[in-house]
Design a binder for this molecule. Sequence first.
Ligand SMILES: [Zn+2]
Length: 260
Amino acid sequence: MSILKKHHRRKLLEGPFPEAWENTLLSDVPYLTLLNDVERGQVRDTVRILVDEKYWEGCDGLDVTDTMRVVVAAHAAIMLLHLDTTDYLHNVRTFLLYPAAYLQTQERIGSDGLVHSGSANLGEAWYNGPVVLSWRDTMVAARHPGRGLNVVFHELAHAVDMMTGSTNGTPMLRDRSHYADWHRIMSDTFAELRSTYARGGRDPIRPYGLTNVAEFFAVTTECFFDAPRPLQAAHPKVYEQFSRFWGQDPAARPWPPRGQ
Ligand SMILES: [Zn+2]
């Protein structure tokens, strides 16, 4: 990181956290009640950095407000809490917000293309491009954590996956020795999930995760942060791998969040 950027960030974090933003966090991001004080402080700092450093654009006539920026940035900050990074999703420069679900013009999944989320068009993440989100779905997910559905967690999981240079469902793990276990456990679970759904069973990882390995990572990340206890109960080895990568143990947090 450049000295200039470091200096700019330091100045940015010197003043008090804006009161209006604090109110937004209190009213619209109940997930934060699961975190400890140190983590909540870190989230506030990261929110300020993301709001300042990213471009935020509205589509279809949406005027992007501070509330929208703060809610999206808070979820990004939760994911980044223990990733030990100072580059804050460097491959995502822009967040594009639509008022609600929108019509997708392109549909392609690949290392250099578009990865879309779910059957509805709630969000997209482009390789070295913007993250696109439906504001309505972002807000519903923010206010109702615990269902394993969160378009921000989903799309930013793609962005984190893409940081390696390819969208293959394996992010940059903390140590080279972690890859063998990761690949084995994910591929076993993918096969297990396929047979579960083939026989009409249920699983906390929703069926969209079977689209491909990139979607498996994004859907499982949603579940890891937003419904961690069901994920841990159904797939303890997957949970353990995700916990090691993200550096968090969300199942151990005091669910349910307060103020929901
Ligand atoms: Zn996706």
